[in-house]
Design a protein. Structure first.
Length: 108
């Protein structure tokens, strides 16, 4: 932390405390970008995210296998799918374009 001159002594610009958030989270910031508008940013995000969230044939077959024989209630099906994802799919992240992009899991 940088000290500023005040009176006869130096006064810290910010007094750090235990468990305090990082200074970057407390200090106002201005971000500059080359995106022309929010739509361009949304298009980029969509192009990175869509391949990861699109259900392919293997996932559709697994959903059918897990939910066949269940009552028509969406809650039951959702719970079964949630349990399967929670227990059998690991989340893997790789560096891509100076940010994180998820990698499709091979464990279905």
């Amino acid at each position: 932390m940088e000290n500023i001159q005040m009176g006869n002594g130096k006064l810290s610009a910010m007094i750090e405390e235990p468990l305090m958030p990082k200074a970057i989270d407390l200090i106002p910031q201005v971000w500059v970008t080359t995106f022309k508008d929010w739509e361009q940013l949304a298009d980029l995000y969509y192009s990175l995210a869509y391949p990861q969230i699109r259900a392919d044939k293997a996932i559709k077959e697994k959903v059918k296998e897990l939910t066949s024989g269940l009552k028509k209630r969406r809650q039951n099906k959702s719970y079964i799918l949630l349990c399967n994802v929670r227990n059998k799919i690991c989340w893997i992240r790789i560096w891509y374009w100076r940010n994180y992009a998820s990698q499709r899991s091979q464990h279905i």
